[in-house]
Design a protein around this ligand. Structure first.
Ligand code: PSU
Ligand code: MN
Length: 305
C-alpha cells in the first residue's frame, strides 16, 4: 500500500528481497548539517564505505513529495546544493509529501522510513537530544521519541555538547533505549571520544552487538538502540577548545533567538566557522567511521541469532 509513496532504488530493493545487508543514511546531514560541496563528497564516500564493508547503502530523502530510498548521483548533488529542501522530521513528513515538496530526513524520519521498508541499521553522525537549558525551552529532539518506538539500530558518534548529554541519556533510559559503547565504556561526545558519561553496555565488536540487538527484537522490546562509536583518536578535537566554542555558540543562538528546528543547523555552522573548518573535518571523519561499523553490523545482524 505504501508503494505509491515510496520509491526504492533497484539495488536496494534487490538486497532487501534477497535478505542481504542494507544500511540507511540520512539526508539532513547533507542539506542542513554540512556546507556544499563537502556535504555531497561526504555522502558519496559514505556510500562507498558502506559498500566496501559488505552492505548496500540507502540514502533516504523526499523528492517532489516522493520518499526515495537510495539516491542516484544527481539526487545527492541536488540535496547538497538546493535551497528548497526542508528539514523533515516526524511531524513534517505528511506535509512535505502531500504538498509534493523536497525534504531532507532527520534521524527520526530516517528511522521511520527505514522501518517501513525493512532496513534495520542506520548510520549517521550525531543524534538529536535534550538541548541545554531544556528545562526552560522544552527543546527535546523528536529523535529521542523515535528511538523509543522504532526498531532501528542507530550508529552515531554520540551526542555533541550543544546538547545536555546527561539529560539526553536520562531521557533514553526512561524510554528503555539501550545506549551501547562501541569499544568504549564512555558515551562519546561527537568531536571528542569522551563525554564524562558512561554507557549502559560496552561491546567489542559488531557480532556481540548484533546478538544483543537480535535478542531485543526477538523479545518484542520495541524501539531502537544507540550505538556510540567514538571518533578515531587521530581526528579527535581538543575538548577544552571545542567545548569553549560550543559554549559561545549556544549563547549566541540564545541572543539571536534561534529556536526549534533552526537550532541544530545554526550551531553546527557557527562551530564550523569559529573552528575554521576543523569541526567539519572531524564531523566528516566520524561519519566515515560510523558507516564502516554500520555496514559490518548490518551483515552480522543477518548472520547471527
Ligand atoms: N547532529 C549533527 N548533524 C546533523 C544533525 C544532528 O551533527 O545534521 C541533524 C540530524 O538529522 C538530527 C537532527 O536528526 O539534526 C536533529 O535536529 P533537531 O535537534 O531539530 O531534532
Ligand atoms: Mn529541537
Amino acid at each position: 500500500m505504501l508503494k505509491e509513496y515510496i520509491e526504492i532504488k533497484d539495488e536496494v530493493k534487490k538486497a532487501l528481497d534477497e535478505n542481504k545487508p542494507v544500511v540507511s543514511l540520512e539526508s539532513t546531514i547533507i542539506s542542513h548539517g554540512m556546507p556544499y560541496p563537502q556535504n555531497v563528497e561526504t555522502a558519496r564516500k559514505v556510500e562507498k564505505l558502506v559498500r566496501e564493508n559488505g552492505s548496500i547503502p540507502a540514502t533516504i530523502a523526499i523528492l517532489d513529495g516522493k520518499i526515495k530510498v537510495g539516491l542516484n548521483d544527481d539526487e545527492l548533488e541536488y540535496l547538497g546544493k538546493a535551497k528548497d529542501v526542508v528539514k523533515t522530521s516526524r511531524r513534517d513528513l505528511p506535509f512535505i509529501l502531500s504538498k509534493k515538496l523536497n525534504g531532507a530526513t532527520t534521524v527520526a524520519s530516517t528511522m521511520i522510513i527505514s522501518e517501513m521498508v525493512g532496513i534495520k541499521v542506520f548510520a549517521t553522525g550525531g543524534i538529536g537530544g535534550v538541548h541545554r537549558n531544556a528545562q526552560e525551552t522544552f527543546d527535546i529532539s523528536a529523535d529521542l521519541m523515535e528511538l523509543a518506538n522504532t526498531n532501528v539500530a542507530v550508529v552515531c558518534a554520540g551526542a555533541k555538547s550543544i546538547l545536555d548529554i546527561g539529560l539526553t541519556l536520562e531521557y533514553l533510559e526512561t524510554h528503555g533505549v539501550p545506549v551501547v559503547g562501541f569499544g568504549t565504556d564512555e558515551f562519546p561526545a561527537f568531536y571528542t571520544r569522551k563525554s564524562g558519561f558512561g554507557v549502559d553496555y560496552k561491546v567489542e565488536n559488531t557480532k556481540e552487538l548484533a546478538e544483543a540487538i537480535n535478542m531485543k527484537w526477538k523479545l518484542n522490546l520495541n524501539g531502537g538502540i544507540v550505538i556510540g562509536n567514538p571518533i578515531p583518536t587521530e581526528y579527535e578535537m581538543d575538548s577544552d577548545m571545542i567545548n569553549n566554542v560550543i559554549e559561545n555558540s549556544v549563547k549566541e543562538a540564545e541572543e539571536n533567538n534561534i529556536k526549534g528546528k533552526e537550532a541544530t543547523p545554526y550551531l553546527l555552522s557557527k562551530i564550523k566557522d569559529v573552528t575554521k573548518g576543523k569541526s567539519l573535518e572531524a564531523n566528516i571523519k566520524l561519519v566515515y567511521n560510523n558507516a564502516i561499523v554500520g555496514s559490518k553490523l548490518a551483515y552480522d545482524l543477518l548472520n547471527s541469532k
